[in-house]
Design a protein around this ligand. Structure first.
Ligand SMILES: [Zn+2]
Length: 341
């Protein structure tokens, strides 16, 4: 939805008059109205878009903001307030600090907000806190930060910790976040109210995470602006493939080798577990090659599942004997003669 252009949705040029906008809206609204297209989901979506576009463009005030700020037009008020406060901002993106003046991108944003959203996004990514902070309209929650973490299957099984080196945004100690010091823009933080500092934190990764799990570390994201709360840190987990275990959800699959005689007559096999231990598994007589035997509750812990675990599946690989002695060979010949199948 971020790249939606309300003018394109209504099929009118940016210079369209109010009348042209209204007429385009009516035409499209008739065409995509749910009553005319019962059960058509895409028509319904279009109808919603058309309405949204018309709502913004039919109001001269919101249209003007939209023209200037694009999709972020709703945040225009906060932006104006920040600009008037003469704030300068510096943010770290991918290890590189980008510093710019708010005025810099006001002047370059005339073309309907193209290329502007990204920078804007960094400042006003979240809705401001409403109420309670009268006069602090720029109060904005800090950014959420993602940090990739790779762990082993054993670590995913047991849970683990990591020491992370982060660049953390903190409230400026000189101006206490106000951006002004001694009646002047604060030199310590370039009037942003924020300073960046390296920071080491230990984070806990709970048992049961899998590739793609996001572990939230509350309040360790970017600092808020204008007294807003801090964002969160999200650890984005990837679990390395394991040489023995294949994981499907909370279940694990492992191959076990069973000698022919045990498969035929029954016996016992040892099954490795993600704990690092081995479990004795009863092999029933006449177990077929490829048979999968379930060990209930011996799989991965369920994330946040209070100790519940998935299952472990052992797949039997029957090992045929080699280097037979003459006596053994003769036994197989007797089996053949008895026409065992
Ligand atoms: Zn400062």
């Amino acid at each position: 939805m971020a790249s939606q252009d309300y003018y394109a949705i209504l099929g009118v040029p940016r210079t369209a008059t109010e009348k042209e906008i209204k007429s385009a809206f009516r035409k499209l609204a008739r065409k995509y109205h749910p009553d005319v297209n019962p059960g058509d989901k895409s028509a319904e979506e279009r109808f919603k878009e058309i309405n949204e576009a018309y709502e913004v463009l039919s109001n001269p005030e919101s249209r003007k903001k939209y023209d200037q700020y694009g999709q972020n037009w709703k945040h225009a008020d906060q932006f104006e307030a920040a600009r008037q406060a003469g704030q300068r901002a510096s943010r770290t993106r991918g290890g590189r600090t980008v510093t710019f003046d708010f005025d810099d991108f006001v002047s370059s944003s005339g073309g309907g907000g193209a290329g502007f959203g990204d920078i804007f996004e960094q400042f006003f990514r979240s809705e401001p806190r409403r109420g309670g902070t009268a006069g602090r309209r720029t109060a904005t929650r800090g950014q959420d930060i993602e940090h990739p973490v790779e762990i082993s299957l054993e670590e995913a099984f047991n849970g683990t910790t990591r020491m992370l080196e982060l660049t953390s945004e903190q409230t400026c100690p000189v101006c206490k976040g106000s951006g002004r010091s001694g009646g002047k823009p604060c030199p310590e933080c370039f009037a942003t109210g924020l300073v960046t500092k390296p920071k080491r934190i230990e984070v806990k990764i709970p048992p049961g995470v899998t590739t793609g799990s996001r572990v939230r570390i509350a309040g360790e994201g970017g600092a808020g602006l204008g007294g807003g709360p801090k964002g969160d840190l999200f650890l984005v987990i990837s679990v390395r493939p394991h040489p023995l275990f294949e994981r499907k959800g909370d279940d694990l699959y492992v191959d076990i080798t069973v000698p022919l005689v045990d498969a035929v007559l029954g016996g016992e096999a040892l099954v490795p577990t993600p704990k690092g231990t081995r479990l004795a598994l009863k092999i029933p007589p006449e177990t077929q090659n490829g048979r999968v035997i379930r060990l209930a509750g011996q799989g991965m812990p369920k994330l946040g599942g209070g100790g519940q675990r998935g299952d472990l599946y052992a797949k039997v690989n029957v090992q045929l004997p080699t280097n037979l002695t003459p006596a053994q060979r003769s036994l197989f010949e007797q089996l053949r003669a008895s026409q065992v199948r």
